[in-house]
Write a protein that binds this ligand. Structure first.
Ligand SMILES: [Ca+2]
Ligand SMILES: [Ca+2]
Ligand SMILES: [Ca+2]
Ligand SMILES: [Ca+2]
Length: 275
């Protein structure tokens, strides 16, 4: 009897939890948009590995200075409803002569979720220190196809942000990253954007991309021809000590930063347009 009651109690608990989830998902639909995928980051410790994959490699190799690694330990949930992407100093991790290296977090829905067209949104708090950059972006393996078109896959940067200034980048890259590489970028100075949480949103329609910051349109483009292939979601941070990255034109110098520093994400949500 006790066992039966226990099973009943567990079943009721499971039903209650499921219905709570359903309520949340229904609430996130709007008149024009149906939620297809999201993560509210309601947990503590490891991220939901049914939704995310974590890269683990030397992302920003520098032969004459500290390297910038992507390490799984630098992406985790804080138990307060947020994903944390951390940048920190670590012991030299490879066999070069660096006094130390750096590591940052990165998660991506590679192999777990992808979608073409729709609305993609993050709510997040930018970092505070110079020397690294954070992003919310979409990517397809076919971005590398060199055919003078982005329609077969485009890197779509919904937000690139920094700890040292109030500049937000939106960008498109297509035809790989070699000589055939093409891109279009816009940079908006938004005073105070590093204080508190803000939303960065992309509407990827069949004939145009439209970006929004806190619900206000900030750019639109159809450069490359709008991509017609599914893309996966990336929430990442990167730290490079190479001369090309540490100038004031980009991330500035991590040697002037206090680490660890943090990129805090409240949620990521994806919708498709209702017919
Ligand atoms: Ca090195
Ligand atoms: Ca090293
Ligand atoms: Ca192409
Ligand atoms: Ca949250």
């Amino acid at each position: 009897m006790k066992k039966l009651l226990l099973i009943l109690a567990i079943s009721l608990f499971a039903i209650t939890c499921n219905s709570k989830t359903d309520v949340v998902i229904n609430d996130l639909d709007t008149e024009d948009w149906k939620l297809t995928w999201n993560d509210e980051f309601n947990g503590e410790g490891e991220v939901d590995l049914s939704k995310w994959e974590k890269p683990d490699f030397n992302r920003k190799n520098n032969n004459v200075g500290p390297d910038g690694w992507w390490l799984p330990e630098d992406s985790y949930m804080d138990g307060d409803g947020n994903l944390v992407i951390r940048a920190k100093k670590i012991n030299n991790r490879n066999d070069d002569n660096d006094e130390f290296d750096y590591s940052t977090g990165a998660i991506r829905s590679l192999g777990k979720f992808s979608q073409k067209f729709g609305k993609f949104e993050i709510r997040c708090k930018l970092p505070t220190q110079p020397g690294w950059w954070v992003a919310f972006w979409l990517f397809s393996p076919t971005v590398f196809n060199e055919n003078n078109s982005g329609e077969d896959g485009t890197e779509i940067d919904i937000m690139e942000g920094f700890g040292w200034n109030d500049t937000i980048h939106h960008a498109l890259h297509w035809d790989g990253y070699g000589e055939a590489h093409k891109s279009e970028v816009t940079k908006n100075d938004i005073p105070g954007i590093r204080e508190g949480f803000h939303t960065f949103t992309l509407e990827w329609n069949k004939d145009e991309y439209i970006w929004f910051v806190d619900g206000e349109e900030s750019w639109r483009s159809r450069a490359g021809g709008v991509s017609k292939v599914p893309a996966y979601v990336k929430i990442t941070a990167e730290l490079s000590t190479e001369p090309g990255a540490i100038g004031e034109w980009w991330a500035n110098n991590p040697a002037d930063g206090n680490f660890p520093d943090y990129y805090i994400i409240d949620y990521v949500r994806v919708w498709e347009r209702k017919k």
